[in-house]
Design a binder for this molecule. Sequence first.
Ligand code: GAL
Length: 430
Amino acid sequence: MRKKAAVWLSLALGFGMALSGCSSNSVSDDAKQGNQKAGEKLEIFSWWTGAGEEDGLKALIKLFQEKYPDIEIENAAVAGGAGTNAKAVLASRMQGDDPPSTFQVHGGAELNEGWVAAGKMEPLNDLYEQEGWMDKFPKALIDMVSKDGNIYSVPVNIHRGNVLWYNKKVFADNGLQPPKTFDEFFQVADQLKAKGVTPLALGDKEPWTATHLFETVLLGTLGADGYKKLWTGELSFDDPKVKQAAETFKKMLGYINEDHSSRNWQDAAQLVAEGKAAMYVMGDWAKGYFVNDLQLNVNEDFGYVPTPNTDGKFMVITDTFGLPKGVKNPDDVKKFLALLGSVEGQDAFNPLKGSIPARIDADPSKYDEYGKQTMEDFKNAELAPSLAHGSAAPEGFVTKVNQAINIFVTQKDVNSFIGTLVSAAAELKK
Ligand code: GAL
């Protein structure tokens, strides 16, 4: 485990150093001397900047400032969807013993096989006891932020990854129903294409968006059980079903906008908002973007269904925050985490973010139709961990898949793609 974590960290770091130009020289003088300064800033590190991303965090910070006016907050967000740039910057800071006070990290492998295995996080069991949280978060979620009996972070939300968003007017004008299966998807896509409408929006300037689309195809093809077996090693990436998923994914790529590689996730969502594309597969942070930034109305301007073949399945993404070892203001961090894990904190954050609360006792009346339905769906669905968003496999593997996907989107070579996945998975087992 330790060896794996070290390998992972060095992989993440190689990239981080290149990207941020940081080195371990970036350790602050205070950190080197172990100084405890009074009035230390509470630095909150995430990738939530800009349209569709930051409103929830800002609401949470405002709430914190009202409660603790004496604690200065620094919103240290690094732009780039799914942590494209932030994760690399974080890795170099952690390596340089210069951790932020708290940072965004996905529950699952990204936390447990990454920072926890590397010995970089403080357990938060006491905080959970103190706040009475053990029965306030679903057990499945507590498990995602726990390792070897200790709990290491606090989930602020649950995002659903397997959502197909569609432009209501485009569908109505063309007499179409949102697709439930892959066959229906391709029938609808052909009809849209014939009418000159781009069937499916993609913005893979940052390759994770294509990985995101692919994982929903994997879930729809393998089912939740089969999909989960990929991460336990019980199912190989050269299983015929994985190949079938890659073929379906390839076929879908025949229906995307031509300028996909110059768009980010928001730019691709805009195509659907403007009716230039009809459908979009993206996590429900897209709903936050549609509603808060583009001023669209749920179920009027845009609709949503589970991605093909994933009705009753829920691709879980959870954003969590923890307490890194060695921070100078652990008590202030715990105050922030306590707020983030409270009903009040979650109900300030999630209606703006597009996610549902991680807590089971939040107030549904604060959420729109989409949010209410998603809360219900979460209770009843088969849950599956997202690969693109760090839960299913360690960061080093996710990076390799993103690279392989990026090549696949242009070359569309299924065998070579499968081969790369198989060898990346073999590394994972070592
Ligand atoms: C995910 C994250 C979401 C959202 C999205 C796009 O990884 O969990 O909260 O920010 O990336 O950046």
